[in-house]
Design a protein around this ligand. Structure first.
Ligand code: ATP
Length: 367
């Protein structure tokens, strides 16, 4: 049982840099939790506090009902894989993987059995007799992972373990890692600034900014319902569109938002903000685009195409609505060209509503 709890954890460097600011987070036993955020937001520092490599100024770290805040790293039953896979080049793969067990003075027979098992899991069995210097980057990274899992830790910490690999290797290894971790039954915390990696791997994602966790949820929750403009802009490629508009209502009609002279439906709860500005969030794949001549219905936006990018599986269209830009994903056969007039229909249940000043979500639609 290795549930991890961070209780009000704060880390301050050089008396003033609040690298981690009052973070509360529970990572369930055997959960795969991803810490996602831009460079410098405090991800690695959280990891290092869980590992016992940094001591928090405030708060407690609890692993499996045991307060480990004052325990040294070796007493925490954790293993780590870092970005720079510190694999010893002068040792063979077998000895690299078995290094920790040897330090623990495990018997030769036990080391052999466990190293072979770990090597099998990461598909390195044919390479056990090679020197690490003779391996590719991806293979070396697998050695680093095997060296961690051979210890059978109850907690596995991984800090950007794929960032040194090229794009294709990264894609393949990501899938391997996902399968592997599912087999291991450890509690895993994974640090990345790559939102695709976070979406692909995490049971849950904790999105961080400036030392704080802004939102924590399943990948789809965070993608579909970002709690703030920052989260919607950080996850997804392209990022969520944000359009400025004004809330209005004529007589007893439903509330709507006006953007560039056109209307989209708004949730009734926003009646309290009539005549105020809102930010309307909508993802590119949730907007239907058609030539303006084929316009249907009233709820939609008139736009002018700026750029059309064919991306193989779909076409990414950048269009202008008034003075604002919006990105739309269209099918590869969509009859859309640069400088075309378009009729855009965002799916009403997929509209998200944010306060333009704070960036916080202000009303939740049903979708
Ligand atoms: P990256 O993705 O770039 O690794 P990160 O989210 O992991 O970033 P941290 O490494 O946790 O961020 O750093 C958080 C903040 O704390 C940054 O402002 C960083 O400069 C600062 N920081 C980290 N370690 C130290 C240190 N040992 N001394 C002083 N400041 C530090």
């Amino acid at each position: 049982m290795a549930e991890i709890q961070l209780r009000g954890v704060t880390k301050i460097f050089d008396k003033s840099v609040r690298a981690v600011d009052d973070v509360n987070l529970t990572i369930e036993d055997q959960e795969f939790m991803v810490l996602l955020g831009p460079s410098g937001c405090g991800k690695t520092t959280i990891m290092r506090m869980i590992a016992g490599l940094e001591y928090p100024e405030a708060g407690r770290v609890v692993i499996g009902n045991r307060d480990v805040t004052d325990l040294p790293p070796r007493k925490r039953d954790i293993a780590m894989v870092f970005q720079s896979y510190a694999v010893f080049p002068h040792l063979k793969v077998f000895d690299n993987i078995g290094f920790g067990l040897k330090m623990q003075k495990a018997s030769k027979a036990e080391i052999r059995q466990r190293v072979e098992e770990a090597a099998g899991l990461v598909e390195l069995t044919p390479y056990l007799d090679r020197y690490s210097a003779q391996l590719s980057g991806g293979q070396r990274q697998r050695v680093a992972v095997a060296r961690a899992i051979v210890m059978r830790p109850s907690v596995l910490l991984m800090d950007e373990p794929l960032s040194n690999l090229d794009a294709l290797l990264r894609l393949n290894f990501r899938a391997e890692l996902k399968r592997l971790v599912a087999e291991l039954n450890t509690t895993t915390i994974y640090v990345t600034h790559d939102q695709v990696e976070a979406m692909s791997l995490g049971d849950r994602i904790a999105v961080m900014r400036q030392g704080r966790i802004i939102q924590c949820g399943t990948p789809m929750e965070v993608y579909e319902h970002p709690a703030t403009e920052f989260v919607g802009g950080f996850l997804g490629s392209p990022p969520m569109n944000f359009l400025r508009g004004t809330l209005a209502r004529e007589g007893a009609d439903p509330v709507h938002v006006t953007i560039g002279g056109h209307h989209l439906p708004a949730p009734p709860a926003l009646a309290s903000r009539l005549n105020q500005e809102v930010l309307v969030g909508i993802r590119a794949e949730n907007i239907e685009a058609a030539p303006a001549a084929e316009r249907s219905g009233d709820a939609g936006l008139v736009a002018r195409t700026v750029v059309v990018e064919p991306l193989g599986s779909h076409v990414l269209v950048t269009a202008r609505v008034g003075d604002q830009l919006v990105k739309v994903m269209a099918g590869i056969d969509a009859p859309i060209r640069a400088e075309d007039d378009l009729w855009l229909q965002p799916a009403a249940p997929k509209l998200r509503w944010f306060d333009p000043a704070s960036g916080q979500e202000i009303a939740r639609a049903s979708g």
